[in-house]
Design a protein around this ligand. Structure first.
Ligand code: ZN
Length: 384
């Protein structure tokens, strides 16, 4: 349900951005009259604004777009031009953080000299003439952002939709990096457990029709019981056979919904449980993955992997590897994705369905979490 709303919103945004910008533009217009352009800027503009330029900048507006799935927000600044333009952005950090956008092919025209922005993502935008045919847009920022944090591009006019040529600047709200400090023990910890797949998505399917989603849920529920017993708070991304985001969700929506649950509730760690599959049925074993993002991700994967390979059944140890799985990247906290054997291997498929394997795997994950917190506490000096 919510996915459809977000999608509809996004489509409207794509097709009629001016509708969404209207409110912000009105507000902005009020604010901008109060803004005081610097003397130098005004002087510059009067000197160089020229009738010989083929195109002029006409209007500026902005809107904040909140991403319901990822939880971030983006400020979009749009500057209309009466003719075709080119634009490019440069970030400078000195004397203060500022994004400079050079616009080729349009003079300043009747544009207001400066406008106050939202203050959180960007503070102020001001405009300078560069010669008689080009302009420069200066966007003052509260903090330094890296090159992935903004985007500058132009859009062509569309007379049918009454749209002019325009420069678009997207600036993402910088996400403060959380600082991690750990204490030993499971008691009082918040642990997100993510049983892979579910509902309409069975995951991998074995020769004997074992479905990955059922094994991952069975193991996850046993992990939940053991962790609860140990005094931890467990966040299950799903605790029944269901789609987490909703039926027919895109992969990103579905996985984003899983990490959003953990991020919102500020889990200490995120553990995603999966079963592997491969074309060659002789391939088997247990593997753990991490994406290095908090400084503790590999440590988490390694501690759990070390315990997992002690389960009975002679599962080969496939070790710990780095990978870019979505949930590991998008969980704010240290995260790991476990592959508990191969459903495509007939011997392992059989074992995966046994209560003994499921209990031993769950016990190993919990033991691995306990040894992780002990090691992480020793590293951060957060021992008590
Ligand atoms: Zn899977």
């Amino acid at each position: 349900m919510r996915r459809k709303l977000v999608f509809a919103f996004f489509m409207i945004f794509l097709i009629f951005p001016q509708i969404l910008f209207a409110a912000a533009a009105n507000n902005a217009a009020v604010v901008s009259t109060a803004a005081k352009p610097s003397q130098g800027t005004a002087k510059n503009m009067q000197q160089v604004s020229s009738k010989s330029a083929s195109a002029e900048l006409l209007n500026v507006r902005y809107a904040i777009h909140n991403d319901a799935v990822k939880g971030g927000s983006t400020l979009r600044l749009v500057i209309d031009s009466s003719g075709p333009i080119e634009a490019s952005g440069t970030m400078i950090n000195s004397p203060s953080p500022r994004l400079i956008v050079d616009v080729k092919g349009a003079a300043l025209g009747k544009l207001k000299k400066s406008m106050v922005l939202d203050g959180t993502i960007a503070e102020k935008v001001s405009f300078l003439a560069v010669g008689s045919k080009n302009s420069r847009i200066l966007i003052d920022l509260p903090t330094v952002i890296n090159n992935n944090g903004y985007r500058v591009f132009t859009l062509k006019n569309d007379p049918g939709a009454k749209k002019t040529n325009r420069v678009v600047v997207d600036i993402e709200k910088p996400v403060p990096k959380p600082v991690f400090s750990f204490t030993p023990g499971l008691k009082g910890k918040t642990i997100a457990i993510d049983p892979g797949h579910g509902g309409s998505d069975p995951g991998a399917i074995g020769n004997n029709k074992t479905q990955e989603k059922n094994v991952t849920l069975a193991v996850a529920q046993k992990v939940q019981a053991l962790l609860t017993q140990a005094g931890a708070q467990v966040i299950m991304t799903r605790d029944t056979d269901r789609d987490v985001f909703g039926l027919n969700a895109s992969a990103v929506d579905e996985l984003g919904a899983r990490t959003l649950i953990a991020n919102k509730r500020k889990a200490d760690v995120f553990v995603s449980i999966h079963i592997n599959a491969f074309t060659d049925p002789s391939v088997g074993g247990i593997a753990s993955y991490y994406y290095p993002k908090t400084g503790y991700d590999m440590m988490l994967a390694q501690n759990i992997q070390d315990k997992l390979i002690t389960v009975s059944g002679d599962f080969p140890d496939r070790g710990v590897s780095q990978a870019g799985f979505y949930v590991m990247k998008h969980a704010d906290m240290p995260a790991t994705l476990l592959e508990l054997g191969f459903i495509s291997n007939p011997r392992e498929e059989k074992l995966l369905n046994t209560l003994q394997f499921q209990q031993e795997a769950a016990r190993s994950i919990v033991d691995g979490l306990e040894s992780f917190f002990a090691q992480a506490a020793a590293v951060t000096g957060g021992g008590r």
